[in-house]
Design a protein around this ligand. Structure first.
Ligand SMILES: Cc1cc2nc3c(=O)[nH]c(=O)nc-3n(C[C@H](O)[C@H](O)[C@H](O)COP(=O)(O)OP(=O)(O)OC[C@H]3O[C@@H](n4cnc5c(N)ncnc54)[C@H](O)[C@@H]3O)c2cc1C
Length: 411
């Protein structure tokens, strides 16, 4: 069985950034594995611009953004196995690969999980009614239109206001379809505020909040949907049902980190993010298995997934060299009032930490607070908070060194 220093599973923005960084900082034995023929992950189908503002200080399309990393990757001579899927991952960091050449078992000293996420489907949301053609997840429609040049429909209803759905609303209009409405069960959109403006308002596409699809109609092809208003508890309001004729329904109802391999290896997963539980070195409960990007928690910006990949590269190098801090006791970081989840989940208090978190609901003029019991360690004023936007607050090791508990909250 071949032994490798670092194996990265998944060559999206997180895996590519991790692989290039590892090479740049002197780790030579790096193997990047990707199940698709083409490297780049989801960004290959994201042909709109807006990528790279943080990492390259310019606005790029998804494929252009990936190209920047590929140039570096080839220059640094990173070893790549594409068209190859990791089908099993074991706790001793051995794994089985399957590719056109057959199957092989290899082992790594360090593994970086960078498998991204997948979309929730009609089955996952218990959509009532028939199952005709014309129902797509927004990401599948994005792939069909942007890569396969296949127009998915003409009269479209979108269920869910996640970013992929919003971006597809604009894309469909640009390709000549009519997007009749976007329905969202929450009292606010689950997409980025800038996407609401640029993808819906600029194209006069109505967004109906606290509204959902009650039933799908159609035999061979979808013919329409019945939608209904929801009360404050999220229950359908009787009598508020309406029917709209359409030939396509797009679902943008959430992304799920792809963690079958992590689970098989015994990696503990977080109930809210669906991704691995990690400490402040982005290491999971299995020593030497790290995680970065959407497999860990769903990012709204690919730039951030790449930055996480680079950060993990630094920690994986320290791990290989035996230079990670020795830790006797970890502190669990609690998501306090107004916070849905915080990452990392455990801190040693020996290194500086940039806490990443999402709030539970939109609000204005608040303070983000990191505290140890009643002692406030850090406090920062914010004007706008929205669940679709990932927030962060940095805390230095020195500021946490005497802490016996840690909580990130909004006040
Ligand atoms: C459908 C969809 C559409 C999106 N559209 C946009 C958008 O328009 N704009 C935007 O800003 N953001 C968008 N995002 C979010 C953005 O793409 C992500 O933030 C970013 O791609 C995350 O990077 P990643 O490397 O973590 O994951 P990914 O880009 O998903 O890459 C993960 C890679 O891992 C590979 N992989 C998974 N399992 C295995 C395995 N077992 N073996 C080998 N390889 C494996 C996958 O094939 C994939 O290439 C979208 C996300 C999704 C899911």
């Amino acid at each position: 069985m071949t032994e490798r220093d670092v194996v990265i599973i998944g060559a999206g923005p997180a895996g590519l950034a991790c692989a290039t960084k590892l090479k740049e900082i002197g780790i030579n034995d790096v193997l990047l594995i990707e199940r698709e023929r083409k490297l780049g992950g989801i960004l290959n189908q994201c042909i709109h611009d807006g990528f790279g503002l943080h990492n390259f200080k310019e606005t790029l399309t998804g494929p252009e953004y990936i190209e920047r990393y590929l140039e570096k990757l080839y220059k640094l001579d990173v070893e790549i196995l594409s068209d190859t899927m990791v089908v099993n991952l074991f706790p001793d960091k051995s794994m089985i690969l399957s590719g056109p050449w057959g199957r092989e078992k290899i082992r790594a000293k360090a593994v970086v999980l960078a498998m991204g996420c997948r979309e929730r489907t009609a089955g996952a949301i218990w959509l009532a009614g028939t199952r005709p053609a014309g129902i797509y997840t927004a990401g599948v429609a994005q792939r069909l239109m942007n890569i396969d040049n296949y127009m998915v429909g003409n009269e479209v209803v979108i269920l869910g206001s996640g970013d992929v759905g919003l971006i597809m609303a604009r894309r469909l209009v640009l390709e000549g379809a009519r997007v009749l409405m976007v329905l969202e069960k929450l009292p606010y959109s689950s997409g980025l505020p800038r996407n609401i403006v640029q993808c819906l308002e600029d194209y006069d596409i109505p967004l109906y909040l606290k509204t959902t699809v009650k039933k799908v109609y159609g035999k061979r092809r979808i013919e329409g949907v019945e939608y209904v208003r929801l009360d404050d508890e999220g229950k359908p309001i009787p009598g508020s049902e309406k029917f709209v004729k359409c030939d396509t329904l797009l679902l943008s109802v959430g992304l799920i980190p792809e963690n079958e391999l992590s689970r098989e290896a015994g990696v503990a997963l977080h109930p809210v993010t669906g991704g691995p539980i990690v400490n402040d070195t982005y290491q999971t409960n299995i020593e030497g298995i790290f995680a970065a990007g959407n497999v860990l928690h769903v990012h709204d910006l690919a730039d951030m997934a790449s930055m996480e990949g680079e950060l993990v590269a630094e920690f994986a190098k320290k791990y290989l060299e035996g230079n990670l801090p020795k830790v006797d006791s970890w502190i669990d970081v609690k998501a306090g009032a107004g916070v849905r989840y915080v990452l990392p989940h455990k801190v040693s208090r020996k290194i500086d930490v940039n806490f990443l978190f999402r709030v539970s609901e939109p609000s204005r003029n608040r303070y983000i607070i990191v505290r140890d019991g009643n002692r406030i360690i850090k406090r920062r004023r914010v004007i706008n908070l929205h669940p679709a936007v990932m927030e962060n607050i940095r805390v230095k090791a020195d500021e946490m060194k005497d802490a016996s508990s840690l909580e990130v909250m909004v006040e």
